[in-house]
Write a protein that binds this ligand. Structure first.
Ligand SMILES: [Ca+2]
Ligand SMILES: [Ca+2]
Ligand SMILES: [Ca+2]
Length: 304
């Protein structure tokens, strides 16, 4: 094996001398980075053209794979080409799209009207909207009024009895909590989908630009006791991902802060994995009136 490796390197060296290319050094890593592949430049492009000619060329590379217990070697033309895919899309609950849900199965929900819903839309089914609501997210694959079918829900399928159960479309980036009152917990949902060809997985993090506050800078306090309750004057969120390593969004209502906090994670390659954050707001009986706003940022990070 050593003889073969030596042959490859010496041939490469000859090409470097004759073509005077940019030289790139070897594959390397440390505790905080990894360069999986690099290449030795051999000069020129593999395509060239003008008004009167077109050329496709490549140098004649040695090709093949070799390995032992301690190394792996692939050689050949573009042997290291591997375009990693990471796709992250965020959608928010569209308050104006609400329709009542009458019943549900593991992949369907029967509604009072399918107007405004289309195949491909993301929806969230909210059972018993409010303080103790349970929501599930899916993507519409079929509409046969009054039944909406999704590809899959996050959970086993919504538990619907037709009382205070709603379906919303998830679309766009604006969240609207409507008119809040001290007599109820107002809720809204931010959903996201990740496709990541990353072997170690990914995390999604959330941060706020400021507390949820009005023009007089009066805020609705961050929840601190794990539960957003009616009339208390507190604000927090909970994730649909129930296995978070570095935050409490998986288990209790948690305060949004200006620091990045984990709200979803996977530990291997992911295809169209979804999660959502349920925001819960409970103004106090003495809460100042006004329009309360903030900007939330969601960030995808691949784990390399
Ligand atoms: Ca219900
Ligand atoms: Ca806050
Ligand atoms: Ca509380």
């Amino acid at each position: 094996m050593q003889r073969r490796l030596g042959l490859i390197l010496s041939l490469t060296f000859i090409m470097i001398l004759s073509l005077d290319p940019q030289q790139v050094l070897a594959t390397m890593s440390s505790t905080n980075y990894q360069i999986s592949w690099d290449s030795v430049g051999v000069g020129g492009s593999d395509t060239a053209s003008s008004a009167t000619y077109r050329l496709r060329d490549s140098l004649n590379f040695l090709a093949g794979d070799a390995s032992s217990t301690s190394y792996q070697l692939s050689t050949g033309y573009r042997a290291g080409v591997y375009d990693r895919v990471a796709d992250f899309s965020v959608v928010s609950q569209l308050r104006s799209s609400a329709v009542a849900a009458l019943s549900a199965t593991s992949t369907t929900v029967t509604v009072t009207s399918t107007a405004g819903f289309s195949v491909g839309d993301y929806i969230v089914v909210v059972a018993n909207e409010g303080e103790a609501q349970i929501a599930e997210m899916g993507q519409i694959t079929l509409i046969s009024s009054p039944i909406i079918t999704v590809d899959a829900f996050n959970g086993a399928g919504p538990s619907i009895d037709g009382s205070n159960d709603l379906v919303y479309r998830l679309s766009g980036s604006a969240l609207n909590l409507g008119t809040m009152t001290a007599a109820a917990v107002s809720t809204t949902i931010i959903g996201w989908e990740v496709t990541a060809d990353v072997a170690q997985g990914y995390s999604v993090y959330v941060m706020e630009d400021q507390d949820l506050r009005n023009a007089d800078l009066i805020a609705i306090s961050d929840v601190s006791d794990g539960t957003v309750s009616v009339g208390v004057g507190e604000y927090g969120a909970k994730s649909s991902d129930l296995t978070l390593a570095s935050s409490t969004f998986d288990s209790v209502d948690t305060a949004l802060t200006s620091s990045l906090q984990q709200v979803a994670s996977r530990d291997n390659n992911s295809f169209s994995t979804r999660d959502f954050l349920t925001l819960k707001v409970a103004p106090s009986t003495t809460q100042a009136t006004g329009s309360y706003t903030q900007t939330l940022s969601l960030i995808y990070v691949g784990d390399y």
